[in-house]
Design a protein around this ligand. Sequence first.
Ligand code: ZN
Length: 666
Amino acid sequence: MLPELFLGILIQNTNMLDFKYQTEQFADIRILRYQVKDFEALPIERKEQLYYLYKAALYGRDIIYDQNYKHNIIIRKTIENIIKTYSGDKANDDFGKFIEYCKRFWFSNGIHHHYSMDKFYPAIAEGYFKSLINNSTASLFPLRKGESIEEFQLFILPIIFDKNLDNKRVVLDHGVDLVDLSANNFYENVSQDEAELFYKEKLASDGKRPPSHGLNSKLVKEHGVLKELVWKADGMYSSAIKKMLFWLRKAEEVAENKQQGEALQKLILFYETGDLAIFDDYSIAWLKDTSSLIDVVNGFIEVYGDPLGKKATYESVVSIRDIEATKRAETVSGNAQWFEDNSSTDKKHKKEKVTGLSAKAINVVVQSGDCSPSGPIGINLPNAEWIREEYGSKSVTISNIIEAYDEASKDSGALKEFAFSDEEVALSKKWSNIASSLHVDLHEIIGHGSGKLVAGVSDPSETLKNYASTLEEARADLAALYFAIHPHLIELGLQPDIEVGYAEYNAYIRGGLMTQLVRVELGKNIEESHMRNRQLIAKWVFEKGQADNVLEKKIKKGKTYFVVNDYKKLRDLFGELLREVQRIKSEGDFEAGKDLVENYGVQVDYELHKEVLERWSKLNIAPYAGFINPKLEMKAGCGRINDVVISYPNDFMDQMLEYGEVYGSL
Ligand code: ZN
């Protein structure tokens, strides 16, 4: 997966009509919208199918709230009831601050910041919150059986306000019990050691094609015995999954072709049974569906939310193929073997034969769960290592999300502030759009798709543990960077000029060493995997290039800049690090992986961080962005579908309230 890359410094050339990309900004968040080009021109059968997949996606939305934290659903219902029924003054400052808290809550799918994982707090007094509850319709709060409103308040207020209670969603620090300290809802009464042992034992009885144990369940200890509560039709999350199933079955009935129908059937069977071997079957069937116009990711997919990398969060991405942009992605995947052969990695860690690498660009129609409101710009699935090695992977670049980010940040001023020279600014303005799209393609298709494990080495989530995600992202980024200034990209028609790669290098160094720090609170370390990866790479090449002055730290008028002096040597360093990171993955070298991440990816230079935050604050750009989804509505008459209409709502809160009301499933 690849989240937004370079923080508001991308420039887009095309000019879409009068579409308003950014609707509002609050706290550290910007709310954007995206368009689905060519939706209207689709045949009615495809629109109908999109509509069903859209419904299925949204009916699963509540799952992510509960996965993130076991009390999030109760809080969601509480704040939504206050907004709807509070009888007091809604025009004053305090109520405004309450609304801001609600927006932050929806944006993060819970009480913990979507990126830093830290709990955040309303900027109002606890007493005021209490009065909000007291002046709203009591019977509409999610009271448990026999609970009085006073008891309810005693229960819910500490969850929201207490700074020592469940204050971090995912803890990745080292030397502590990650399972015990993380507030997410994947384990109950279980220690890290117990959980690790539980899954190690399961793995021991597997053959060459292990299912992704733990992916779709919560691990609990009851009466001293460990057991999994499986997320399936008659298991945990039953009510949400049954609703999703209803719509998935309808989507399956109107499948575009046999292959897609087969994949959807397997997905349905997986949700019905919770059987992870069926999930692997499904993943393979989904992988083989490369010709359909419509595609969907729906399931328990990414494991970033679990410090042990076992439990996957619910997500859905419903999309239409972007036919034009797919040509570029196909060129990359069509030459995957060349990239593998010419990569800097050791021969014994390369794939002899790159298989089944399919790539395309898509426009999303709706995103849900862990992909919404903040979502990725690229996806590479499935995640199971053995499927990737035997069958390959499907890689997508999300055109309309990249476009929306670019459009919304056109004149942000961030580029000018952090680029050292006018040439650097000009280079970026000229090429950053191509550079970033190409980076996503190379990261997803060539990066994640490359390499192999040495025989007998188990999955990176076993060997590299909590460092696996960061190292995997580093591997993917490094592959993209290593090829970014290779002349073969020009021969392949992927980029018109080597300068595209130079612009990419400048942007990566700026982002990795400076601008991404705006997402971290002063005095804190970097936690998030993609951010750790970017700093790891940038800091490592900076340090290793010191002797040759490859990168230089410059001070101008009291401001710090990082300048690339030698692109060629910088590329060599990216290659050297790629070789090492691939070796770490291939051989499962935990110690070396840990050293890389801890020494380069985690600690932040306090003075530089402070400076970056000060410079950024003057620009008044919120560092994170997420999206309002389009809305699909079915127009039916005389018992049959006449049309499916798409519209673009422009109020984030309205959409969140609509989702809570219509799609609240838990
Ligand atoms: Zn990635």
